[in-house]
Design a protein around this ligand. Structure first.
Ligand code: SAH
Ligand code: SF4
Length: 393
């Protein structure tokens, strides 16, 4: 006999094996396999799990639905069970700033009251969302604002996927009901170039990208995702194997002496080690080019000699060199190279046969440009001594 209020549904034959401790499980950011496991643990019969995941997945990632009650192809009782045990939760927008050039910077609050930033950069034919992977960063690249902020914690996969969904919410990018295809593509590209070192949060980044790349939801192809690393060598091959996205490397210098100072992780894995690893990367993921990011710092790494050395170093690697004019932040110990200097540097690289685009700073008026992200509210700051020691200044 069924009791009137008992949470029994036609789909649920077993007693939940594992009840979420201390609250509901957030479905956002679970891979299909993880979601299946969670639904089974909540009582979904194993045989139905794949189908249920497919249905719930489509509601969340294709239609952008947040309310289980709206998942109309699921039985009512099943929806009630979902609502009881699960949630669909995204980071909360604390502030949104819109630059004169249309760039949008979101300050997002995540569990624990921490804050991270994500930046949407509209371009004529595409839109790129720059997302964060950590609150702060353990590394201390001396030209990077995020590097002055202590690592507070890794983001969960849900918080990483959530940034993409928040941007789509804000841009109104979910498909209209009954429209067969999602035609708009405002967020057409994702770059892991916000706060944090993505390869120090590998598993969560990988799971999040699997969700983002899934071809029945957010459906961004792996070629539209670029992960930027400061050079965490042991994780680079894994990135190709387990994520398969494009890779960008924060190169920034042509001698170990200078790179040690700019990107201190170089003391652990130096230029030669890094380059040897990169030589393997394209082969693993089907011959795409690696982006070498190179921040232009006046009098530090911007000479013609540097440009020529760079070309020699990367010989044999399918590459493009992205020159980033240094973006200043309060208290930064560097200056941006002069425009002429940047052009002369770019020219040498271009003549050697590599694309050498100069990245136009976007959203500078709202401090949204590369390397300027730092949640002002996060008090935890590295000491000057820590920064100086790491950077060997
Ligand atoms: N942690 C990762 C990704 C985030 S930074 C990494 O270091 O690769 C994205 C890019 O912006 C990196 O190449 C980084 O070195 C660069 N960057 C950091 N601070 C900058 C600044 N102030 N001006 C210009 N580029 C900066
Ligand atoms: Fe961290 Fe990247 Fe900034 Fe270096 S450049 S401190 S790795 S966020």
């Amino acid at each position: 006999m069924t009791q009137p209020n008992a949470p029994i549904t036609q789909d649920v034959h077993t007693i939940p094996r594992k009840l979420p401790e201390g609250g509901k499980i957030n479905l956002v950011g679970l891979t299909r396999a993880q979601m299946s496991e969670a639904l089974i643990a909540a009582g979904t019969p194993e045989k139905q799990a794949k189908m249920r995941v497919g249905q719930v997945w489509q509601w969340i990632y294709h239609w952008g639905v947040r309310d289980f009650a709206a998942m109309t192809n699921l039985a009512k009782d099943y929806r009630a069970m979902l609502a009881e045990q699960f949630e669909i939760t995204l980071p909360e927008i604390v502030t949104k700033q819109v630059s004169e050039d249309g760039t949008r910077k979101y300050l997002l609050r995540i569990a624990g009251g921490h804050e991270v930033e994500a930046v949407y950069i509209p371009e004529e034919t595409r839109g790129t969302l720059c997302i964060s992977s950590q609150v702060g960063c353990t590394l201390t690249c001396s030209f990077c604002h995020t590097g002055t902020q202590k690592l507070v914690r890794n983001l969960t996969a849900g918080e990483i996927v959530g940034q993409v969904m928040v941007a789509r919410d804000d841009l109104g990018e979910w498909p209209e009901k009954n429209s067969p295809k999602n035609e708009t593509r405002l967020v057409s590209n994702v770059v892991l170039m916000g706060m944090g070192e993505p390869l120090y949060n590998f598993d969560n980044v990988r799971d999040a990208m699997q969700v983002v790349m899934d071809n029945e939801g957010l459906t961004l192809s792996r070629r539209r995702i670029t992960l930027s690393t400061s050079g965490v060598v042991p994780e680079i091959a894994k990135t190709a194997e387990e994520i398969g996205c494009l890779l960008a490397v924060s190169f920034h210098a042509t001698t170990d002496e200078v790179r040690d100072r700019l990107v201190p992780i170089n003391k652990r894995w130096n230029i030669e080690t890094l380059l040897n690893t990169l030589r393997e990367y394209p082969r693993l993921s089907n011959s795409e080019r690696i982006t070498f990011e190179y921040v232009m710092l006046k009098g530090v790494n911007d000479s013609d000699e540097d440009a020529r050395r760079l070309v020699k170093l990367i010989k044999g690697i399918p590459a493009k060199i992205n020159l980033i004019p240094f973006n200043e932040w309060p208290g930064a110990p560097y200056e941006r190279s002069d425009w002429q200097r940047i052009e002369s540097f770019a020219d040498i690289i271009y003549k050697a046969g590599y694309a050498s685009p100069i990245r136009t700073p976007r959203g500078e008026d709202i401090m949204a440009a590369c390397g300027q992200l730092k949640s002002a509210t996060e008090r935890s700051r590295k000491s000057r001594a820590e920064i100086a020691a790491e950077a060997g200044l």
